[in-house]
Design a protein around this ligand. Structure first.
Ligand code: GLA
Ligand code: ZN
Length: 671
C-alpha cells in the first residue's frame, strides 16, 4: 500500500529545525513556487525531540507539521532514530557499535547504534511510539519513515550472543550447524554454542570482510545482521502501529546495497522506498537496475524515490554536477520504472557540517533564480501536469532477472576461482543487454513466482536453494527460456559445493557438465565465436562438456579452443542457455537478443542507442510508454501506435516521428 496521493509527491528531506522560523516563511514561499507538496521531516532530530532521557519536547516538530498542514503540504514523518543523541551514548555506552576490528566506538557520526543494545531498542521504540501517539491523526501525515538507510554491523558481546541465539533458531542443533559450516575442515567442530564467535578481523577473516576461512559462517552472519537491523525496524513499526493502525510505513533503502538482504525485509514494509545516488559516469541502466530491484520488493507495486540530489553529492572525493536536464531525465526514469514519488535530499542546504556543499533545492543564499531551483520548479510544474496518470501503474514485464543476495555474498567471499568476478557487474551486464534491447525487466528474488515470464535471466546464481531448479525447469518446459552463466549452481544455501557435476541442480536443465575452469587476470581476453560475431571473454573460462546441449559459441584460444563457451539446450517446449565465461557487452547483447527475439521481446527501438523505453499499465488499463533520450543528440523515433504525450498534450499518429530533445522525455499514452 503505497500512500494514496492525487499526484506524484514532489519534495524531500527538510530540516527547518536548523533555522529560525523567519527562514521557514521563505522556505514555504519557495516551495509553492517549485511545486513542492511533500516534506520528509525529523530524520535527524532525536536530540531536539528528546534532549534528555525523561524529557520529550515536540515544540519544533509540532510547528513544522502544523505549518506544513497550513500550507497544504504533506509530511513523510521520520522517527529520527538513525543518529543517537550524545546523552544517550554517554549514559548507555553499549549503544555505540563495536567494529569489525573489535574496537568499541565512542560517540560520533550517525547510523551508529548497536542493533542488539537493549537501551537503543527501548529508547528508539519509545520515541517512535511517542511520535505516533502525537501525530497519527495529524492532517499533514502521509507516511512513516523509520530510521534512515539502515546498514552496517556490530561485533559487540551483546551482538555475539544474539548471533548465537539466531544460529540456534536457524540450525537447531550443533550437529546441524557443524554439518552446514563444514567445520571438520581446520578443526572447527563446535561442542558448545558459546564457542561460536562472529566472523571478524579477530576471528575468521583476514584482508577485510571478503576474506573468510569459513564462507558458511560469514554467510550466516550477513543473514543475521540483516535480521538484527530488521528487528530494530519491526520494533519501531510495532510501536507506531500501537497508535496508528494504517498510515503506510517504510524505511529508505539504498538500491543494490550489499550488506542487507532487502528481500528479507520486503514483506515487512508497507511500501518500498530508496535513495538514488548513482555515480554520474554510470550508464543509465545502473540506477534503472536498482529501480527495478526496488519495484521487485513488493511484487511490482510502485515504490518511492525517497532521495536523490537535485544537483551534486558531497560524500565523494569528486562530486560532479548534474548537467542541465539530467535531473529531469533521472526523475522521469524513476517514474518510468515504477516510482510513485519524486523526492530530493535536500530542500535547503545545511550551513555547517559535512553536507554543507551537498546540492539542495534552495542553496545557502536562499535564491529562487538559480539554475537548480529553476529545473526543480519546472519539474514541479510537469508533475502537476501529469497528475495521477502514472500512480499505481504496473510494469508489464515478460522478462525476469533473478537477484539473490546470498549468491552475491557467496560469490564475493569465495576463495577461488577469481576475486575479479563481481556480482553486480555481471548482473548489470545482462540487465543492460535486456533493457537496451527494449525489454521491460522485473528484478525479482529467487523465490518469486516465475509463471508469468517468458524469459528468466539468472546470471552468476552461485547458490541454488529450495525448489528453484524445478521452478526454472518448469519455465523452460512450458516454452520459456532460462539463461544461466558461469559460476552458477555451484553451492547450496550453506555454500557447500554440490556433490554432483557442475552446474549442480541446474545441470539437467542446462544440458552441460563442467569439470574444470580457468581463471585469468583481467587483461587476458580470449575470443569467443558467436554466430558471425567474435566477442571477447575474460576472468573465468569454464570448460564445458555437452550433455544434451548444443554449442552456440566456442572459445578461440588456449587448450580449450574449439570447445563450447555458450550453449543452448532444448528442454520441453523451451530452451536453456548457458554462458560459461564473462563475455564482453557485445557478446552478452548478442546472446540476450537471440533469447529475447525467440519470444518477440525485442523492443521497437532496440536499434536506437541511448533511447530507453519503459512501459507501465495504469490501474484503469491505460497503457503508458516512457521514452527517455539519454543521448545528447536529438532523437526522432517513429511512433508505433497513435500516442498522446501527457507532458505536452501533443498527439502523434502511428508511423509519424516523435521528436525528442537531447536528454528529452516523453510520457506517452497509447490509444
Ligand atoms: C543519504 C542520507 C541523507 C544524506 C544523503 C546525502 O541518502 O539518507 O541523510 O546524507 O545521503 O547524499
Ligand atoms: Zn552490538
Amino acid at each position: 500500500m503505497t500512500p494514496r496521493t492525487p499526484k506524484i509527491p514532489h519534495g524531500g528531506d527538510y530540516n527547518p529545525e536548523q533555522w529560525p522560523e523567519e527562514v521557514w516563511d521563505e522556505d514555504h514561499r519557495l516551495f509553492t513556487r517549485a511545486g513542492i507538496d511533500t516534506l520528509t521531516v525529523g530524520v535527524f532530530s532525536w536530540s531536539l525531540t528528546q534532549p534528555a532521557e525523561d524529557t520529550y519536547d515536540f515544540t519544533v516538530l509540532d510547528r513544522v507539521l502544523d505549518r506544513a498542514a497550513a500550507e497544504d503540504r504533506r509530511v513523510c514523518l521520520a522517527t529520527g532514530t538513525a543518529a543517537v543523541p550524545p546523552w544517550l551514548a554517554k549514559k548507555y555506552p553499549e549503544v555505540n557499535r563495536t567494529d569489525f576490528e573489535g574496537r568499541r566506538h565512542r560517540y560520533g557520526r550517525r547510523h551508529n547504534f548497536c542493533p542488539g543494545s537493549p537501551a537503543y531498542r527501548r529508547l528508539s521504540t519509545a520515541l517512535a511510539g511517542r511520535l505516533a501517539e502525537r501525530y497519527a491523526d495529524h492532517p499533514a501525515l502521509l507516511a512513516w519513515h523509520v530510521n534512515n538507510e539502515y546498514g552496517g554491523a556490530c561485533y559487540c558481546d551483546l551482538c555475539a550472543d544474539a548471533f548465537r541465539a539466531w544460529l540456534r533458531g536457524r540450525h537447531g542443533t550443533l550437529d546441524a550447524l557443524n554439518e552446514a559450516w563444514w567445520t571438520t575442515f581446520w578443526s572447527h567442530r563446535y561442542t558448545d554454542w558459546d564457542q561460536i564467535e562472529p566472523p571478524s578481523a579477530l576471528t575468521e577473516h583476514w584482508r577485510g570482510p571478503d576474506h573468510t576461512a569459513f564462507q558458511g559462517i560469514t554467510l550466516d552472519h550477513h543473514r543475521f545482521t540483516t535480521d538484527a537491523l530488521l528487528g530494530c525496524f519491526l520494533a519501531e513499526k510495532e510501536a507506531i502501529r500501537a497508535h496508528d493502525p494504517d498510515t503506510p510505513v517504510t524505511t529508505n533503502f539504498m538500491g543494490t546495497y550489499r550488506p542487507l538482504d532487502y528481500h528479507r525485509w520486503a514483506p515487512h514494509l508497507d511500501f518500498a522506498s530508496w535513495d538514488s545516488y548513482p555515480p554520474l559516469d554510470a550508464p543509465p541502466t545502473v540506477p534503472a537496475l536498482a529501480h527495478d530491484l526496488m519495484r521487485g520488493l513488493k511484487d511490482g507495486a510502485p515504490f518511492w524515490l525517497m532521495e536523490q540530489t537535485p544537483s551534486t553529492t558531497a560524500c565523494r572525493d569528486v562530486n560532479p554536477l548534474r548537467r542541465p536536464g539530467e535531473l529531469r531525465l533521472a526523475t522521469f526514469q524513476a517514474v518510468a520504472h515504477g516510482a510513485d514519488a519524486a523526492l530530493y535530499f535536500q530542500m535547503r542546504a545545511s550551513r555547517g557540517a559535512c553536507e554543507k556543499y551537498h546540492g539542495a533545492v534552495i542553496g545557502h543564499a536562499g535564491r529562487d533564480d538559480t539554475r537548480v531551483f529553476g529545473e526543480v520548479a519546472a519539474l514541479g510544474e510537469e508533475l502537476r501536469t501529469l497528475g495521477g496518470a502514472t500512480l499505481g501503474a504496473r510494469t508489464p514485464a515478460r522478462t525476469a532477472l533473478l537477484f539473490d543476495w546470498d549468491s552475491w555474498w557467496a560469490l564475493e567471499i569465495s576463495d577461488g576461482p577469481s576475486r575479479l568476478v563481481r556480482y553486480q557487474d555481471t548482473v548489470h551486464t545482462y540487465y543492460r543487454a535486456a533493457r537496451e534491447a527494449g525489454a521491460d525487466v522485473d528484478v525479482v528474488p529467487v523465490t518469486a513466482d516465475l509463471s508469468a515470464y517468458d524469459v528468466v535471466l539468472a546470471p552468476v546464481l552461485h547458490l541454488v536453494k529450495g525448489d528453484l531448479a524445478p521452478c526454472l525447469e518448469a519455465v523452460a518446459a512450458r516454452g520459456g527460456t532460462v539463461l544461466a552463466t558461469f559460476l552458477s549452481g555451484r553451492a547450496d544455501e550453506h555454500d557447500r559445493a554440490f556433490p554432483t557435476d557442475v552446474p549442480g541442480p541446474l545441470a539437467p536443465l542446462m544440458g552441460v557438465r563442467v569439470d574444470e575452469w580457468d581463471a585469468r587476470p583481467a587483461d587476458v581476453v580470449h575470443p569467443v565465436r558467436l554466430d558471425g560475431l567474435t566477442a571477447g571473454a575474460r576472468l573465468v573460462f569454464e570448460i564445458v562438456r555437452l550433455a544434451g546441449a548444443e554449442p552456440a559459441g566456442t572459445y578461440g584460444a588456449d587448450f580449450y579452443a574449439g570447445t563450447p563457451a555458450v550453449t543452448r539446450h532444448r528442454f520441453g517446449a523451451g530452451e536453456a542457455w548457458y554462458v560459461a565465461t564473462a563475455l564482453d557487452p557485445p557478446g552478452v547483447d548478442h546472446v540476450v537478443r537471440r533469447v529475447l527475439a525467440r519470444h518477440g521481446l525485442l523492443g521497437p527501438y532496440a536499434g536506437h542507442p541511448g533511447l530507453e523505453t519503459a512501459a507501465r499499465v495504469a490501474p484503469d488499463g491505460t497503457r503508458l510508454l516512457f521514452l527517455l533520450n539519454h543521448s545528447t543528440e536529438p532523437a526522432r523515433p517513429t511512433a508505433r501506435d497513435t500516442v498522446t504525450d501527457l507532458l505536452t498534450g501533443k498527439r502523434t499518429e502511428r508511423g509519424e516521428p516523435l521528436g525528442l530533445d537531447p536528454l528529452g522525455v516523453a510520457v506517452l499514452r497509447l490509444e
